[in-house]
Write a protein that binds this ligand. Structure first.
Ligand code: ATR
Length: 292
């Protein structure tokens, strides 16, 4: 749905925005404005370059001007935890806020509620894009940075049976393994490569983002023939070395564009109360990121 189908801007237009730094390449405005057009909403979504030192002022300004909501991206997700009136369970669990909804309370005062739609975005993308059933699955996760930790805890919360963690700095994988053993004692977690067949290999490292980057998988330790599917959270480039190797091994693959779409779809639903037009949002993101 082209954005030209958007309702004309007038005094009743509702606003949402993403705040971040840098923000110029964000695909979120294309994604959300396409969704508003598809649903016939008189809404607009903008992107603002906001320095961390001005984040509180920007959030308060959006609240004062009756924005419907905000998204937060790098480097604001942790900072925003202390800048909202209330944290939804998702934001409490992940200790980070990527979505704020502004809504009046019973006295008419506008409250800012913080959510985190990133982890659900990953789980929904794994289901939608790779048809992976997470409950009972065996998963090899590469990476133990911010994205890796969220992915590991989300997979455990979704009741995977076994989780194998690999990270360049093994101590960080050990730390996450310890957290999972405490919080999710039914999930079997090992720091190391799987000895047998698995259902999913998931890359949450940043290796593959830059031109010339190699694969985060040591194929001498684990062959791509032994996994049913491979997901790379990186979506730019569309095909990392890991995904190319997985395709060559005959594996179903998906990159992280679906995660971007699904976290946005969840935010759309939080703000509008309507089901998100996911296919429209996906086409808009692909157009913005890949120019297709
Ligand atoms: P993010 O928020 O994207 O997770 P991060 O917290 O900086 O970013 O984490 C980056 C992840 O990619 C880490 O798992 C990192 O490994 P280390 O914990 O050992 O630093 C991994 N990573 C980055 N560059 C890498 C490389 N060249 N080889 C292997 N892993 C790499």
């Amino acid at each position: 749905m082209p954005q030209s189908n958007l309702a004309p801007i007038n005094a009743a237009t509702r606003l949402c925005a993403v705040l971040g730094s840098p923000i110029r390449h964000s695909a979120s405005p294309a994604m959300h404005n396409a969704a508003y057009a598809a649903r016939g909403l008189n809404w607009r979504y903008l992107a603002f370059e906001v320095d961390p030192k001005n984040l509180r002022a920007a959030i308060e300004g959006a609240r004062a001007m009756h924005f419907a909501g905000l998204n937060l991206t790098v480097p604001h997700k942790l900072l925003a935890v202390d800048m909202v009136d209330e944290l939804d369970a998702s934001a409490k669990t992940w200790g980070a806020v990527n979505t704020i909804k502004f809504a009046p309370d019973s006295t008419g005062k506008i409250r800012a509620v913080g959510f985190n739609t990133d982890a659900d975005g990953l789980a929904n993308s794994l289901r939608e894009d790779l048809a992976v059933e997470l409950r009972g699955a065996k998963v090899l996760l590469l990476g133990a940075g911010g994205a890796g930790r969220t992915a590991a805890l989300k997979l455990a919360a979704e009741s995977v049976a076994e989780l194998f963690l690999i990270n360049r700095t093994a101590s960080k994988a050990e730390e996450i393994a310890g957290e999972i053993r405490k919080q999710f004692p039914l999930v079997k977690v090992t720091v190391g490569y799987p000895p047998a067949e698995i259902d999913l290999l998931l890359n949450a490292t940043s290796l593959g983002l830059k031109a010339g980057d190699g694969s985060p998988l040591d194929e001498k330790q684990f062959s791509l023939k032994h996994t049913r599917a491979v997901y790379d959270m990186i979506y730019q480039p569309a095909e990392t070395q890991l995904l190319a190797a997985a395709k060559a091994a005959g594996c179903p693959t998906a990159n992280g564009i679906g995660m971007l779409v699904q976290q946005g779809a969840k935010a759309f639903e939080i703000w509008t109360g309507q089901p998100a037009p996911v296919a429209v949002m996906r086409r808009a993101v692909e157009g913005s990121v890949y120019g297709v």
